[in-house]
Design a protein around this ligand. Sequence first.
Ligand SMILES: NC(=O)c1ccc[n+]([C@@H]2O[C@H](COP(=O)([O-])OP(=O)(O)OC[C@H]3O[C@@H](n4cnc5c(N)ncnc54)[C@H](OP(=O)(O)O)[C@@H]3O)[C@@H](O)[C@H]2O)c1
Length: 245
Amino acid sequence: MKINRESSLSGKKVVLLGGTSGFGLETAMAAADEGASVIVVSSSRQKVDSALTVLPEGSQGFIADLGDEKQVEQLFKKTGEFDHLVFTAGDELKFSNLSELDIDEAKESVNLRFWGAIMAVKHGAPKIRKGGSVTLTTGALGRRPRKGTLVVAGMASAIEGLTRALAIELAPIRVNAVCAGTVKTGLLKGMPESEREAFFSRVGNKLLTGRVGNTKELAEAYLYLMRGSFSTGQIVVVDGGSLLV
Ligand SMILES: NC(=O)c1ccc[n+]([C@@H]2O[C@H](COP(=O)([O-])OP(=O)(O)OC[C@H]3O[C@@H](n4cnc5c(N)ncnc54)[C@H](OP(=O)(O)O)[C@@H]3O)[C@@H](O)[C@H]2O)c1
């Protein structure tokens, strides 16, 4: 079966917030491979510059702290109009049991993923062209929490609800989210490498797939949701079967 040209990303413009590493960068590379022009955004110049070295000539990169509304507003003055918005920005995750939870720190920890996504859509959606979409990011802990994950799980579930509400609010712009299980990226860079590899192998062994995911597998889901002109308000779970074990 041939890919429907109208739903391919060729000639489209994609803005990827958090597009300088992990899911975002892989999705940027895959979209560019399909003929899209891409803009990647994150908070550090070094990561933006490094991402641009692996993206095709003509790709753009901007620096913005996406947890700060003023910077988000300024950013969309620079992007111009575009077709698809992908939000994969995420900072270090904080895990804690309820009894030890620092409430102020917990409030701060939802700022980028939850409020950042809302701010991005608030200021970005007016620039989205007809037929365009928003794809947010959430995690499987929202559906299958573990001990010590309450804030992360609550935030992940909130992003699922937000996705459905935004799909209604912004229609006909389509709004969906990718819900990821454990995937090898730089997210756990704070952990020593040997500990990190042991963690991935311990988690992977318990999954139905027998291994954790890779960024290419995640990028496929973002691409599908950008192209899939009849999907909106949906959460695509890419988790190696973690919800079933
Ligand atoms: N990897 C997993 O196993 C997994 C599982 C479930 C859900 N998720 C979620 O999926 C999302 C993407 O994960 P990933 O693994 O691709 O992470 P990643 O490789 O660490 O990428 C995160 C991106 O967010 C950017 N970022 C961080 N703070 C920012 C800020 N204040 N403003 C703007 N950009 C910021 C980072 O660049 P800078 O440092 O330059 O800002 C980077 O480009 C995260 O929300 C993560 O929690 C990941």
